[in-house]
Design a protein around this ligand. Structure first.
Ligand code: GCB
Length: 597
């Protein structure tokens, strides 16, 4: 039995966590251009499936003082985990763990008085509680966005101990909620950095074209720290630009200038070196300039209509069957997307790591960023809408300077029957637009009617979004009601339509002959779905893009068919080893045919 003192200590600690559940302030932008030390690599770990570590106060790293002191945990001699990376695929015994793992990294450090120091996490799935030298730094909820803690005061010269309690247990009021069709990879899944900055530093900035303008830049620079009243510069050497501006008393400076840019597009993914300089700090970025807007049924990129040839991607490297995080993971996935003929990728169903977004930008792929507001979200549960807003802000804060990102998708397949669904998503769409009115906003919906071979695309939410994005699985979950080429449509509004998901499953290498009855799970069956879908696309009014589900087979434990699935969703155009299924060639030909039109 725990002693009463320990119980009250634990309750106090728990209350503290509750009141401090979101980490501090604005996260530093563009870690790649700052002075950093990597804290990636091997971390010691304690696996805590019963979640008893809080009671044992693991962060104190107690050592026995007397003969009868038994401290029933220790990082010494514990297993090691690679960071970044999910824990499930690194230790066999925890493949299916949805619970707690404690991580520890020891690092040495020499402070200088004229610097500030931060620990920056690219992402931890799902909840992180972070301690430095036995003291709580703070907590963060949400598995796919960055967060940080300042450690200038708590860190000591010499050896320091960083401990992170990671809990990937799914939550009814989490984002996503309890049910989702992908693998719940837990762990410190993205890079960890120790960042040092001057005492007054460039915290954040926005450098992008003004809405609808191909030459006027409109943005801002935010300084933080002591002495924020400074003169700041934006330099773009290739264009001969040296623009000077001044911060106000809260450290914010407006940025407004014009130039003749070569605009970024999938065919010409032009990026400029941009230097942002204050009197005390300097940051370099690579930024592209483009406009994106809709006009009636069309999506206009740089003022010209574009048809979006997409693919959905989950953040998983099938070749390692693990969570993707690295540049090489991004290169593998995005090279496949390019080979398919894509000009855009939907990074489903949560913000992917920054390597994906930046690599896509360099390779000429438009990016659809999405929040994990997915299917069974409990909009009415206390705190859920606040979490939605926090994650929205974190996603936009990280990716707002990426010109490849053209759509913020704030949800996928939510149910009209869920209480507060419309109110919550309408409110979030307004907040999203208030933060960024230069990009398009959408919510993916799949509740269209389908009878008499007519798709009735109707949902009150569509009125609030720029794009009508719908998922439909005709030919797989739903049988065709007539010839695909005779499909009729009813649209709720004259806006561009993107079919954001369609497809069906096939196990690579599973076949039936031309005279056999249709056999599910075969490549031919999937191939036919793609042929029919393409015939149907020709009937779709306002069609501005299509995006199959999905580029590659991916792990999903709900997919339990012992012969064809074995824990994998097989809707990939590529197998889990990257083999092309027959449907791949159908879609590739379709995308090529659109280019030659
Ligand atoms: C959907 C979901 C996606 C699923 C897919 C499927 O509509 O948006 O996350 O994985 O269907 O395979 O059923």
């Amino acid at each position: 039995m725990p002693e009463p003192k320990k119980i009250s200590c634990f309750i106090l600690h728990f209350c503290f966590l509750l009141t401090f559940w979101i980490c501090e302030g604005q996260t530093l932008q563009n870690i790649a251009s700052r002075k950093t030390e990597s804290l990636n690599g091997k971390w010691q770990c304690i696996i805590d499936p019963t979640n008893i570590g809080d009671w044992r106060e693991i962060w104190l790293e107690k050592k026995p003082q007397n003969k009868t002191d038994f401290v029933e945990y220790s990082f010494e001699g514990s297993p090691l985990l690679n960071v970044p990376g999910d824990f499930n695929t690194q230790i066999n015994e925890i493949t299916y763990l949805e619970g707690v793992v404690w991580y520890k990294k020891a690092f040495t450090y020499q402070k200088t008085a004229d610097k500030r120091y931060f620990i920056h996490f690219g992402a931890v799935n799902y909840r992180a509680t972070v301690y430095l030298n036995g003291k709580l730094l703070g907590t963060h909820e949400g598995g796919f966005t960055p967060f940080q803690f300042e450690i200038s005061d708590l860190a000591v010269n010499g050896s320091n101990s960083l401990i992170v309690k990671v809990n990937n247990q799914r939550l009814k009021d989490g984002l996503p909620g309890l049910g989702y069709d992908w693998f719940n990879y837990g762990g410190i899944t993205r890079d960890v950095h120790l960042v040092s900055t001057p005492t007054c530093y460039i915290e954040d900035y926005l450098i992008q074209l003004k809405k609808s303008s191909s030459k006027e830049v409109s943005g801002w620079i935010q300084l933080k720290g002591a002495g924020v009243s400074q003169s700041v510069k934006v330099k773009i050497p290739e264009l001969g630009i040296i623009y000077t501006t001044k911060t106000n008393s809260s450290g914010k400076a407006p940025v407004e200038f014009s130039s003749k840019f070569k605009l970024w597009s999938p065919d010409h993914p032009k990026l400029y070196k941009v230097i942002i300089e204050s009197e005390t700090d300097s940051i370099t970025d690579e930024i592209g300039f483009r406009t994106i807007e809709t006009k009636g049924a069309e999506i206009l990129l740089n003022g010209k209509p574009i048809f979006l040839k997409g693919t959905n991607i989950h953040e998983e490297n099938p070749l390692t069957a693990a969570k993707a995080f690295s540049q090489s993971d991004a290169l593998i996935l995005l090279t496949w997307a390019k080979e398919l003929g894509c000009n855009f990728v939907r990074l489903a169903h949560y913000p992917h790591n920054e390597n994906m977004v930046k690599m896509a930008e360099k390779m000429g792929l438009l990016v659809w960023d999405e929040l994990p507001v997915y299917q069974h979200i409990e909009f009415a549960a206390p705190g859920v809408t606040d979490k939605m807003e926090t994650m929205l802000k974190e996603m936009i804060a990280r990716d707002k300077n990426r010109c490849s990102v053209f759509i913020w998708s704030i949800s996928n397949e939510t149910y009209t029957s869920t209480p507060n669904r419309n109110e919550a998503l309408i409110e979030l769409s307004k907040k999203c637009r208030a933060i960024d009115d230069t990009r398009l906003i959408t919510s993916v919906i799949n509740n269209q009617g389908y009878s008499n071979n007519t798709l009735d695309v109707n949902d009150p939410l569509y009125n609030y979004f720029d794009i009508i994005s719908l998922n439909e699985y005709i030919g797989w979950y739903i049988p065709w009601q007539g010839k695909p080429q005779d499909t009729k449509w009813k649209l709720v509004a004259n806006k561009p339509v993107i079919i954001a998901e369609f497809g069906g499953e096939a196990l690579y290498g599973s076949h039936y002959g031309p005279t056999d009855e249709a056999a599910y799970w075969t490549e031919e069956y999937q191939e036919q779905i793609y042929k029919d879908q393409i015939a149907m696309f020709k009937t779709a009014p306002n069609l501005a893009g299509v995006c199959p589900w999905i580029l590659v087979d991916y792990r999903s434990l709900g997919r339990m068919h012992p012969v064809y699935q074995n824990g994998w969703n097989r809707k990939g155009l590529l197998s889990d080893r990257g083999d092309r299924k027959k449907a791949w060639y159908i879609l590739q030909d379709y995308y090529t045919s659109l280019d030659t039109k």
